[in-house]
Design a protein around this ligand. Structure first.
Ligand code: NAP
Length: 273
């Protein structure tokens, strides 16, 4: 067991703390929900699939005895997004927002479905911004609270053949870093969590063939969540989980885009498109 597995993730322990996790029905969001339930948070779980959320809520309530609320919503739909915003504004015990729901599209941009590209921006960017805005007003007023915006290693360079996805995640990093500076001295923390290849439903939903991705490049969602919560306690604004991913991110940050975008294109051409 690592040190972080048992560490208390609550930044401001109190009588009752609530976390809202989007995309909690699978993958990284589900791992956040499980971890936060163990840490005695009450939970509000958001995703489209009501049944999967209800099964998870039942399991977590039985295991930990905390309140777990299911809030099914398609966050690409403005009216449903507004419902979640209102729920956030009304929750005085909200301590943590995990803006995790997201998906990617892969292929030549000129051939991709424009409506799907728009939905990708709605979910990965618009929903994330609106939910952050809904949470921040209360956090700043109360002088505490945290937001984890789930980004990606894709944020660090342009990403040919998954261009919209990479651009949404570059937005998430830029937005989060800017908020981090705005929020200095307020007691509120924000983080962009930038995982690399993680074993979830993401790749299958994106239609990515991952057979050429070596084993060492993969992480499970649990350690990604542990790294995020440890970084939150330290106050790191960018969290890249895993040594391999940190090496890739360091290279992408230092190398010029003309090089990194060529490498990304070559890798995608070879294995994934
Ligand atoms: P995942 O297993 O596919 O989970 C995605 C979650 O988002 C699901 O709970 C899904 O639930 C929810 N979701 C999708 N569309 C939604 C919508 N319109 N409204 C509300 N919820 C929606 O993938 P994951 O890997 O855990 O992805 C989580 C985050 O990690 C994403 O932001 C992704 O970009 C990021 N990420 C993943 C990887 C990776 O390799 N897995 C790498 C870097 C970054 P429903 O289908 O029930 O709505």
């Amino acid at each position: 067991m690592t040190e972080t597995t048992h560490a208390e993730t609550r930044i401001h322990p109190g009588p009752r703390r609530t976390a809202l996790v989007t995309g909690a029905s699978s993958g990284i969001g589900l791992a956040f929900a499980e971890r936060l339930a163990r840490d005695k948070y009450d939970l509000i779980l958001v995703a489209r699939s009501r049944e999967r959320l209800e099964d998870l809520a039942k399991r977590l309530t039985e295991a930990h005895g905390h309140e777990v609320e299911v809030l099914p919503a398609d966050l690409t739909q403005p009216a449903e997004l507004r419902r979640v915003e209102e729920r956030i504004r009304g929750e005085r015990t909200l301590e943590l927002l995990v803006n995790n729901a997201g998906f990617g599209t892969v292929g030549r941009f000129a051939e991709l479905d424009p409506d799907r590209e728009e939905d990708e921006i709605r979910l990965n960017v618009i929903a994330l911004v609106r939910l952050a805005r809904a949470a921040l007003a209360g956090f700043v007023e109360r002088g505490h609270g945290s937001i984890v915006n789930v980004s990606s290693l894709a944020a660090f360079q342009p990403d040919p053949f998954t261009a919209t996805y990479g651009a949404t995640k570059a937005f998430v990093n830029s937005f989060t870093e800017a908020l981090h500076e705005e929020l200095r001295e307020t007691g509120v923390r924000v983080q962009a969590l930038c995982p690399g290849f993680t074993r979830t439903e993401f790749q299958e939903r994106a239609g990515v063939d991952t057979r050429t991705v070596p084993d060492f490049a993969w992480m499970d969602p649990g350690p990604v969540v542990e790294a995020s919560l440890a970084a939150l306690r330290r106050g790191d604004v960018i969290c890249v989980p895993g040594a391999t991913n940190r090496g890739i991110a360091a290279f992408s940050r230092l190398a010029p885009h003309v090089l990194t975008r060529r490498i990304s294109a070559a890798m995608m051409r070879r294995g994934l498109v």
